[in-house]
Design a protein around this ligand. Structure first.
Ligand SMILES: Nc1ncnc2c1ncn2[C@@H]1O[C@H](COP(=O)(O)OP(=O)(O)OP(=O)(O)O)[C@@H](O)[C@H]1O
Length: 309
């Protein structure tokens, strides 16, 4: 199936001369959750703005389902929903009204059944007659999502969907975004919470200084760049690594009291932690504790952006 969104050579230089997007090529697959990660000022919001017709690109093309978004902005806008970073909705408005109104902005005819379905899917139906100012922060965010979904878009952009919300609400939001994807909506989200991308995304893109530096399936990324680290606290300190362990990715720390093992995911088949534990047993190396951890997407991201800097 052809991608739903194709960016090709997309560039944006702001009036002051700042290059916010530097020839970005990116394809978004139909029905995926794509997480766009990047440090502050990397160009994420500019990229979303360009696709949504809010920022005028200075170069390149944007194609949504074969339609040129720069030539046909209205047609494309109707296919896209945007949940902005900031709560910018009219606080005195009533929930159902503001959602219905958003639908109208896209030239869609009034359809109370759609508004009801959207509000129910976001657990806002009971609050349909409440004023937005009366809602909790989490509900206000859900109203923003409802507004973005009111015209039944195929692509939903979420700019930092869980910035500043508590852990519980973040998890609720993740469930909700997963359910939207299951209903067939393609989702592109930006986030500073790497954990969020790790939890939800099918693919990850990393942007830094206006350039896409990596696009990868999340699983592949974790498998390719992931590391396992383990620390054995030795029962008796060693002065040097035994020759029998010379082939293993090991180092001594804490004056020989700790044996540190670090391995990349690609190497674990032959020299995995379980094999090392057996080897240590066979050599009679005694240890009191073993702490092991796999590197997270966060470690990988920090490495990438540091290297790219
Ligand atoms: N209207 C503008 N005029 C001039 N420069 C701008 C404008 N909007 C954004 N920029 C600059 O472009 C760069 C990219 O900004 P953008 O908001 O796209 O980054 P971001 O990745 O979304 O950052 P954050 O994670 O902080 O939201 C930044 O250096 C920013 O200062």
């Amino acid at each position: 199936m052809p991608p739903i969104l194709v960016l090709s050579g997309l560039s944006k230089t702001y009036a002051g001369g700042h290059v916010a997007l530097d020839s970005v090529d990116l394809e978004i697959r139909r029905g995926e959750i794509f997480a766009l990660l990047g440090p502050n000022g990397a160009g994420k919001t500019t990229l979303i703005g360009a696709v949504c017709g809010l920022v005028r690109p200075t170069g390149g093309t944007i194609t949504v389902d074969g339609v040129d978004a720069i030539r046909e902005p209205r047609q494309v806008r109707a296919r896209i929903g945007l949940v902005p970073q900031e709560l910018s909705t009219d606080m005195f408005e009533h929930v159902a009204h503001t959602v219905g109104f958003s639908r109208g902005l896209f030239g869609k005819r009034r359809d109370d059944a759609v508004v009801e379905r959207v509000l129910r899917s976001l657990s806002l139906w009971d609050k349909r007659d409440a004023k937005i100012m009366e809602l909790s922060g989490g509900m206000k965010r859900r109203v923003l999502i409802a507004k973005a979904l009111a015209h039944e878009p195929d692509i939903l952009f979420l700019d930092e969907p869980t910035a500043g919300v508590d852990v519980e609400l973040r998890r609720d939001m993740w469930k909700l975004i997963g359910a939207l994807r299951d209903s067939g909506v393609t989702i592109i989200l930006t986030t500073h919470y790497i954990e969020e991308a790790e939890e939800m995304a099918d693919r990850i893109g990393v942007i830094d200084k206006g350039r896409i530096i990596l696009v990868e399936e999340k699983q592949t990324l974790l498998a390719k760049l992931g590391r396992t680290e383990a620390r054995f606290t030795l029962a008796a300190p060693m002065t040097a690594l035994p020759a029998d362990l010379a082939d293993w990715p090991l180092a001594l720390e804490d004056d020989g009291g700790t044996l540190r093992y670090t391995i990349t995911a690609a190497e674990t088949e032959t020299r995995g932690l379980a094999a090392l534990v057996r080897r240590l047993d066979a050599l009679g190396v005694d240890y009191r504790t073993l702490d092991a951890r796999r590197s997270s997407l966060e470690d990988i991201f920090v490495d990438l952006v540091e290297k790219g800097a």
